[in-house]
Every structure is written in C-alpha cells, then in structure tokens.
Design a binder for this molecule. Structure first.
Ligand code: PEP
Ligand code: MG
Length: 556
C-alpha cells in the first residue's frame, strides 16, 4: 500500500493514535477429516474435548476476574457461552458418530452460527463470540498457542477484521494506542469496549486488509481517517493535538453549557444501578436513558412489580433530585425478551417491538409503569418515562395517558422517521421527546444497525438523519418542549455540538464519553453550533458533513 494513503472508515472513539500496525493472530485452520474415529477412541476424544473446553472457559473466567466494568461482563458471558451445554451436546454427538473433536467443534459451531445469523439482531452479534470460542477450543485441541491479539512490545495500532470480545476486553491502552477494523459497526463489541477503554477506534475501513504488519499507521478516531505511513511530522502534530484535547476533556467539570452560557443537560445512558452509581461519580447531571429491558434479558418470566420496583429504585437513588429518564421495555429485534411473548417474525426490526407490544396487550406495560411509579415515590429523583418505537400519534396518546395516570412525566423516543416527520403532533401529546439516533439511522437508511457490511450507512452523520433530527428539534422549540438525543450520536463531541446547533436540549451517552462532550460544548457559542448545523445540513454525505462541522468549529 502506498505511503501516505488515506483510508476512511467509521469513527467510533475519538482520539488519535500512531504506531506500527499489529495484526491479530489468524484463526486456526480446521484440517479436513482424515478418517472416521474408530469406536473405541471416541470416549477418549470426548474427554479431550471436555478438557479443552474447560481450559478455555477457565482462562476466560480468570480474565473476567482481572477485568472491570463492561469488559468483565463481556468476558464472563463469553466464558459462559464456551461452557454452554447445548453447544457441547452438539459436539459430543458428532464425536459419538466418529467425527474427530476439532471437526466436531467446527461443525457444531457452524450450525449455531447459521441459526444466530438467521435470527438477526443481538443474536447475530453473538456469531463473532461463538467463532471466537470455536477458535480457542480448536487451538487448544491442536496444541497451538491461544489465537487472538499478541502483546506488543511497543505502542502499536491494532489492526483486525473484527475483534472477538475476549480480545477486545483485555487491550492495554498503554500499548494499543489505536484500533482499526475492516468490519464491525458503531455498536459492535469492539466499539463498545474501545469506548470503555478510551482507545481511539475506527471501524469498517474497507482497504485495511492490504496493510502489512509493522507499517506505521495514524488512526484518527474523530474523523475516521487511517493514514498509511504518514509523514512523521504530520503524525506527531496530530497526536499532540489529540492528547491536548483529551487532557482538557478529562479536566472538564460542571454543568453542560456552551461558552456563552446556553444550558444543555449532559446525561448518562445506564442499564442498571451499578452503572448509574458509576455515572453519578462522574460529570453526568442525571440519566437520559435507562434501558430497562437490559435488566431482564435473561429473565424467563416477568419479574413481579415488587422486584421491578427494587431494580428501578436502585437507579433512581443514584441521582437524588436529578432527572432520570426511564425507558419502558424496548423488547424485540436486537433485544429479545423471553417474557414479552414475541412471535417469530420475518423482519423483527420492523415487527411487533417496543411500545407496539403493549398496544394489543398493555398488561406488561401497566405493571412496569406501576413499578416505576412506586420506585419514583420511594426516591427523590425527577422521573420522566418514555416509550420506545413510537410511530403514530395514537400510540403517543395511549402511552401519555397511562403515564400521567400515575403522576409521572410522559415522553416518547423518536426512532422512526414517521415520528420525526410528525414531531409537532406527537409533542402535543407528550411532555418531551428523546431522539434515538441508533434506530433513527437504521430506519432512515434502511440499514440493519448491527450489520458489519453497512457501517457507512449506519452513520448518524448521514445528512438525511440529521435533517430529521433538525425537524424534531424545531418542533420542540415551537412547542417549548425538551428534545434530547440519547443514541450513540450524543457520544461524538463534534456531532454533539452540531445537535445543539440543531436545537437539541439535552445529550445522553455512555458516562465515559461525557467529559469530552461537555468540554467540546464549552468551547463554542450557541451561534457557532448553529453555524455548524447549517453547514452540515447543506452537505450530501457523512464525510462532507463531518468536514463541514470541523471546518466551522475549527477542530483540527
Ligand atoms: C437508539 O435507538 O438510538 C436508542 C438510544 O435506543 P437503543 O440503542 O437502546 O435501541
Ligand atoms: Mg432504539
């Protein structure tokens, strides 16, 4: 690849890293079956398989114990998947039929990955996890070293097709100064963990396969640019500037506001009490999105109102006197919830999900609202409640009535283009809206948000998405009602400034992303944010949109 070549991907974690490319070790090749295992050897082969799985699961568990936060959770989940009895049963059946363990692992995994891919959404995302487990078990059986990311001797840029969660979770930010992957979307495990670790990261870089190990790479997680063998001086200047920005961001404290004092609430996205308490120790002024369904993904039956009350109260208690926006269950599609009673559908993302489930049978919603009201009554947080996946005014009215009946403040998420187009009418029914840019992007661009092949479409900088955000924010201003953003877009500091320029009144993102967002806003006046928004709306693609915003805001 030519010196100075500039590749482009989807930026997911801002910051700039420079160093030699370090390639993740390739997956072990699976040799074809030479001959059927003789009957007497099958029992020993099964034991060999069991020992290999146990060794892999134990190593993953040990790493989970050393990791913290989401990384620990991801590793623990992978360890549990490795020890999954259904997968083991598939392998052992093949061994019993005379297939050697290595090939039995490969064929049983293939059956599961086909099933998961067909199910789509969150299930499809598990395919990378399963393939990672397969490779670890196969390497163990073959007596090869564990596949995955090598430990670099010098600060390096990690380059891979996509990272398995077990690899991503253990990256050392002192040695892996940036990450670039050929696949993976903004919501992939790689992206989530890179965000938690604060490692600059660009995903979906198409030409990355041609970059040889050792080639110096500059990765700009703010713009999505990957420069191959850049001029040393350019690289050093850009890394220095990024460090300076990061230092400023880390020092940022206080309430969100522009440099001329226009207030913008800086809120955290949380999934449970632990995350809420962690967010409360940082700069979050409250919670802008409590994803309640994530508390119950492994629940086989509906938790009682009392159990739910206790779970919600834990989050509310972390923010006494502060705003906490609780989202009612967003079950379906990428968030399957067993007790929601979802039917199999050909297109679950376009099916009965979110609030739609309650339109026919409001029981689960009513009991959840009872629990939220009870938790609100027992704590001092200012509780707002919003519904996911609202597309019609009738749905908004249905939800608002039930929330108000319990003395709570109703709102809806704007995740469907129809909701943005009808924002005036919807806002007439509720007290606030919050724009879920992840789904709004998915539905506007007709691009599955988890598809690694569609990352360039799954980009909230797509001007079509930003126009819908602008329309919604204008409706909020006309009616004097708050319009927040709680999708991943709010975690991108430059985009956050553009959103404020479009008229958005609060920003909610992962707690780790908030200081950089607050620091960025504090550098610009509201008028500059508006100018950036106007410039972005005049563009026709996401690369031009990013460039336009950075030019107006003078971001290096
Ligand atoms: C969104 O769609 O942007 C959103 C915040 O909801 P989730 O990511 O949970 O679907
Ligand atoms: Mg959503």
């Amino acid at each position: 690849m030519t010196t100075g070549a500039r590749l482009h991907g989807t930026p997911v974690v801002p910051g700039t890293g420079y160093g030699p490319a370090l390639r993740a070790a390739p997956r072990p090749a699976i040799p074809p079956v030479a001959s059927e295992l003789p009957e007497p050897a099958r029992e020993a082969e099964r034991e060999r398989f069991r020992a290999a799985v146990a060794a892999v699961a134990e190593r993953l568990e040990q790493r989970a114990a050393r990791a913290t936060g989401q990384a620990a959770e991801v590793l623990a989940t992978t360890a549990t998947m490795a020890a999954d009895p259904t997968l083991a049963a598939g392998v052992e059946k093949a061994i019993a039929d005379g297939v050697p363990a290595v090939q039995a692992v490969a064929s049983a995994t293939a059956e599961f990955t086909a099933m998961f891919s067909a199910a789509g959404g969150l299930m499809a995302e598990r395919v990378t996890d399963l393939e990672d487990i397969r490779d670890r078990v196969v390497a163990e059986l073959l007596g090869h070293p564990e596949p995955g990311v090598p430990h670099p001797d010098e600060p390096s840029v990690l380059v891979a097709d996509d990272l398995a969660p077990a690899d991503a979770a253990l990256l050392d930010p002192a040695l892996v100064v940036a990450l670039a992957t050929r696949l993976g979307g903004p919501t992939s495990h790689t992206a989530i963990i890179a965000r938690q670790l604060g490692i600059p990261c660009v995903v979906a870089v198409p030409d990355l396969g041609d970059v040889a190990s050792g080639t110096p790479l500059l990765v700009d997680g703010g713009t999505g640019e990957v420069v191959v063998a850049p001029e040393e001086e350019e690289a050093e200047t850009r890394v220095r500037a990024a460090r300076e920005l990061a230092r400023e961001a880390a020092q940022w404290r206080g309430e969100g506001r522009t440099s001329d004092g226009h207030a913008v609430d800086i809120l955290a996205n949380v999934a449970d009490g632990a995350a809420a308490r962690e967010a409360a120790q940082g700069v979050a002024q409250g919670v802008g999105l409590f994803r309640t369904e994530l508390c119950f993904l492994s629940a086989a039956t509906e938790p009682s109102v009392e159990q739910q009350t206790a779970i919600y109260a834990e989050v509310l208690e972390a923010f006494p006197g502060r705003k906490v926006v609780v989202r009612t269950l967003d079950a379906g599609s990428d968030k399957p919830l067993v007790y929601a009673g979802l039917d199999e559908e050909a297109n679950p993302a376009l099916g009965v999900r979110g609030l739609r489930i309650a339109m026919d049978d409001p029981g689960i919603l009513d009991r959840q609202l009872d629990a939220i009201a009870a938790a609100a009554g027992a704590t001092s947080a200012e509780v707002w409640v919003m519904a996911p996946m609202v597309a019609t005014v009738a749905e908004a009215a249905f939800f608002a009535e039930r929330v108000r009946a319990r003395g709570l403040t109703p709102g809806i998420m704007v995740e469907v283009p129809a909701a943005a187009l009808l924002a005036d009418a919807l806002l007439a029914e509720v007290d606030f809206v919050s724009i879920g840019t992840n789904d709004l992007t998915q539905y506007t661009m007709a691009a599955d948000r988890l598809s690694p092949s569609l990352a360039s479409l799954s980009d909230p900088w797509q001007p079509a998405v930003l126009r819908l955000v602008g329309m919604t924010a204008e409706a909020g201003q006309r009616l004097g009602k708050p319009v927040g953003v709680c999708g991943e877009a709010a975690a991108d500091p430059v985009l956050a400034a553009v959103l404020v320029g479009l008229g958005v009144t609060s920003l909610s993102a992962a707690a780790a992303a908030l200081p950089a967002v607050g620091a960025r806003l504090s550098r610009h006046t509201l008028e500059q944010c508006r100018q950036a928004a106007t410039a972005v709306l005049a563009t026709s693609d996401p690369v031009a949109a990013r460039d336009a915003a950075r030019a107006v805001l003078e971001v290096e």
